[in-house]
Design a protein around this ligand. Structure first.
Ligand code: COA
Length: 378
């Protein structure tokens, strides 16, 4: 026949389309919590650490004590960056968006530590889990002060290392743990837009770094990962809950979206939101901007009362990150530092599928026309 059989299903934004199988996580399935490889997000956020979760996603099982110890040491050993990568980062302006910096850093690393003939992709995944924070904060300080910071830290976790590098001070236990929990919550979420982008790139038999760069590009937008920055831009306009409510009603009038709310798959709530909300409440106590928490709560209430739309993970992550001393433009890059574990698991899984992802489109263009030589065109 020369053409694919016509069994087409059309769904705007692929909503509701099952685009493949995965053994990595469940999102919004009847009777199932969000889970990573069978472990509920509640248990992981309460009892585990980001390194355990990254290991679970990338290696397929929770590590035992000695495996975790070896893994942590390995990640610490992967923090430093090649000189060429540092030099490249030093060329990027202070006004660049840190997501563009990470995307560039990943591309540069992909030129320096090329994935050879699909060796063990997990080595590259560990490399990025170990050094994405270094890329981000090295560039951040250099572009602002011209100072080449040391990438040596006493902190043994990805969360603590990031906070230490960022502020130059040992983080408090609470800040370190809040960051750790946030990295756990952001690590994986089935076929979301950025993971799907990484899987599409992988399905062409492209390399690991190209797939991750694609994921970063997709995550950057405010309908996906960029929502946590937009949520912060909203809440920081207010010092009282009443002010926030007034502006929210004006936003409704203008028919604009409120970033950090709603979800493609979840219908009533995002199981991650209450976990990070509790951290935001906890940290607000010691902060000069404690009012951001009641402001956020009022926005949540009005969104639910008026629209029946609930906060997703991004909404309370904004205030929680702010309370940890993280500048707003680093919120989405933090998402990358965590989601790289999930993307990597999906890249490994997609390679096992070995089928090109290539949907079809309905044609809406003009009917066939005769070609006019250029001198005859009006
Ligand atoms: N604020 C206001 N209204 C919202 C909304 C939000 N955050 N999210 C959804 N809605 C409304 C839409 O306006 C639409 O209303 P309508 O039917 O009257 O036009 C309806 O709810 C359905 O929304 P839609 O955008 O078509 O659903 P979707 O499944 O395509 O979108 C999101 C899912 C996540 C893209 C969407 O909820 C959104 O844009 N949220 C804000 C961005 C965000 O937080 N992204 C992070 C996701 S984890």
């Amino acid at each position: 026949m020369g053409q694919v059989e016509n069994r087409m299903i059309k769904a705007a934004g692929l909503a509701g389309v099952v685009a493949g199988d995965t053994a990595i996580s469940t999102v919004g399935k009847e009777g199932l919590d969000l889970n990573y490889r069978g472990y509920s997000i509640g248990d992981l956020a309460e009892h585990s650490t980001f390194e355990e979760v990254a290991y679970l996603l990338i290696y397929g099982k929770l590590p035992n004590l000695s495996e975790l110890d070896i893994y942590r040491r390995k990640l610490v050993g992967l923090r430093d960056m090649p000189r060429e990568l540092k030099v490249s980062l030093e060329q990027l302006p202070s006004g660049a968006h840190p997501m563009d910096v990470l995307r560039t850093g990943v591309s540069v690393l992909g030129c320096l530590e090329v994935e050879m003939e699909f060796g063990d992709v997990r080595e590259h995944a560990d490399r990025l889990v170990g050094c994405l924070g270094s890329m981000l904060v090295y560039w951040y300080h250099f572009s602002r002060t011209g100072k080449r910071i040391s990438l040596v830290s006493e902190e043994t976790t990805v969360a603590g290392y990031f906070l230490d590098l960022l502020s130059g001070e040992t983080p408090t236990d609470k800040h370190r743990r809040c960051m750790d929990v946030s990295l756990i919550l952001y690590a994986e979420h089935e076929f979301n837009a950025s993971t799907f982008a990484a899987r599409v790139v992988t399905s062409t038999m492209s390399d690991y770094y190209s797939a991750i760069a694609g994921g970063i590009g997709a995550l950057r937008g405010p309908l996906h990962g960029g929502a946590n920055e937009k949520a912060m831009e909203l809440i920081e306009q207010f010092t009282t809950a009443d002010e926030a409510e007034r502006e929210l009603r004006a936003i409704f009038e203008r028919k604009e979206k409120v970033m950090g709310f709603g979800h493609r798959v979840y219908r009533d709530s995002d199981p991650r939101s209450d976990i990070i909300k509790a951290w935001s409440r906890e940290l607000s106590g010691g902060s000069e901007k404690a009012y951001l928490y009641p402001v956020s709560e009022r926005i949540e209430k009005v969104m639910w009362d008026e629209k029946r739309i609930f906060p997703n993970l991004d909404f309370y992550s904004a205030s929680a990150y702010h309370y940890c001393g993280v500048p707003t433009e680093m919120f989405t890059p933090l998402f990358v530092m965590s989601r790289v574990a999930g993307w990597s698991a999906h890249i490994i899984e997609e390679r096992g599928v070995g089928k090109l992802i290539r949907p079809s489109a309905e044609y809406t263009g003009p009917q066939p026309k005769s070609y006019q030589p250029i001198e005859k065109r009006s």
